[in-house]
Design a protein around this ligand. Structure first.
Ligand SMILES: Nc1ncnc2c1ncn2[C@@H]1O[C@H](COP(=O)(O)OP(=O)(O)OP(=O)(O)O)[C@@H](O)[C@H]1O
Length: 426
């Protein structure tokens, strides 16, 4: 069923109520979606869990707008069609506006620290440009969340955002996941499969952990980037695709190139526009905003409307190093929300394996931690050599001048008594 001649174009997909197959193949769906930018698809399906799982996947991929169970509830269906009509009318009439900067962040991203502000202005500048983007940063810093924001802010925002994690798939599957395959391409290829690249046509293809892409697939992927076309595995037909590529990695690609694990030409092809997402410990001002944001969310999820953090919990979160970054923070807050027995989240509810006393002692940045280590190490050598600068410098394998400089920078006092420094040393 379709409605034509007005702003709304919604098609309902048939599904045999008892079947575990969708009536429309992936291929047909992506053709439909790619041909009409303002088309929104609603699926009607029986209650078969296999089909529902598939529909959930299609919804996440942006290939369908909604799905309803059969027999369809007519009023819900009409409501949904009306909603689509309004949405499409808005899309057609609205120019591409910058995402909204809020008191807490930008679009769905939370954080007002200087590094995040810089990222927001980068997103504003690059989202309309149709070139590959490379996002680097530790795991859990928000690379995928940022990629999605770029997509939502781009001219392709109504098209699919298709994500693939290159590290999560065995090397044998990744090629067919990316490029699809034809029937009989390999043992077990019983039907044609549309790959992620094809599904992302006119949209965004997000390649997470690109540094883990097997090296032989990198050549094939580079060819695709150069020609904007590819063949399915076992196929001969050349398929033209127009997709914005965003790649992300938490490995150092320069090292990977040096070690022969990553192609240099692919790196330069991807590294047209690039930026780095700093770890959470380097943008501590965002911790409280993120914590409050996610607590608000989990208060509703776990029905604890009055729950709040104690001052000690804020202090612990602020001083903790967050090796797992925002993802770890979210998990800690979820856990704390579940475990809190009163209306306050105590430091121990956060399950960070650190007490407030531990982190109070701790350096707040890597630079500070290094300085702390250097101070103790150098001091120990000085003590062992009775503050004889020449001997300590020799043991430390630095010049005397360097040792003096280090002592000054690290604020290591020379003892008033017992010093055996020779005159004239600088
Ligand atoms: N600035 C932010 N504001 C709100 N939520 C965020 C922010 N950054 C990250 N998140 C959330 O933290 C979680 C982890 O983020 P994401 O998956 O984007 O990280 P990543 O860097 O891509 O991780 P990985 O390298 O492991 O794939 C997600 O739930 C994401 O929504």
């Amino acid at each position: 069923m379709s409605r034509k001649g007005d702003e709304c174009a919604a098609v309902l997909i048939d599904a045999k109520a008892e079947s575990d197959e969708l009536f429309y193949s992936d291929q047909k769906l992506s053709r439909l979606v790619n041909k009409w930018p303002h088309l929104r698809l609603i699926a009607l399906a029986g209650k078969n869990p296999v089909v529902w799982e598939r529909l959930g996947y299609l919804l996440r991929q942006g290939l369908i707008y909604d799905f309803h169970s059969l027999p369809a509830d007519k009023s819900r269906l009409l409501y949904c069609l009306g909603h689509i009509q309004g949405l499409v009318a808005l899309e057609r009439n609205s120019p591409l506006l910058p995402l909204k900067q809020t008191a807490k962040g930008y679009g769905h991203l939370i954080g007002t620290s200087a590094p995040m502000q810089k990222i927001y202005s980068t997103i504003n500048r690059i989202s309309r440009v149709d070139s590959p983007i490379l996002i680097t940063g530790e795991s859990g810093t928000g690379k995928e969340a940022i990629a999605l924001t770029i997509h939502k802010h781009s001219p392709f925002r109504n098209r699919p955002f298709v994500a693939i994690n290159c590290a999560a798939l065995p090397a044998s599957l990744i090629e067919s996941e990316l490029f699809g395959h034809e029937v009989g391409a390999f043992t077990g290829a019983l039907s044609r499969k549309i790959g992620k690249v094809e599904l992302a046509d006119n949209g965004t293809l997000f390649l997470d952990e690109i540094g883990d892409m097997p090296i032989d697939l990198q050549s094939r992927f580079l060819r695709f980037l150069q020609n904007s076309s590819f063949e399915r595995v076992g196929g001969l037909k050349n398929i033209k695709i127009n997709a914005r590529i965003i790649a992300a990695t938490n490995v150092n690609l320069y090292d990977a190139i040096e070690n022969g694990q990553f192609r240099e030409d692919l790196f330069y092809r991807l590294n047209v526009l690039s930026f780095h997402v700093p770890p959470l410990r380097e943008r501590c001002e965002d911790i409280r905003l993120l914590a409050d944001h996610y607590l608000e969310k989990f208060r509703t999820t776990y029905n604890k409307p009055k729950l709040s953090f104690t001052a000690a919990s804020y202090e612990l979160m602020n001083k903790y190093a967050w090796p797992g970054n925002v993802r770890e923070l979210i998990n800690a807050i979820r856990r704390a929300t579940i475990l809190a027995k009163t209306r306050f989240i105590q430091p121990e509810n956060l399950g960070l394996g650190e007490t407030l006393e531990d982190v109070r002692d701790m350096a707040s940045s890597l630079a500070e931690a290094r300085a702390d280590f250097d101070r103790r190490f150098i001091h120990a050598r000085l003590v062992r050599n009775n503050f004889n600068i020449s001997k300590a410098a020799e043991e430390l394998q630095v010049s005397r001048v360097s040792l003096y400089r280090l002592m000054k920078r690290l604020d290591i006092p020379k003892p008033v008594n017992g010093e055996t420094v020779s005159q004239g040393e600088k």
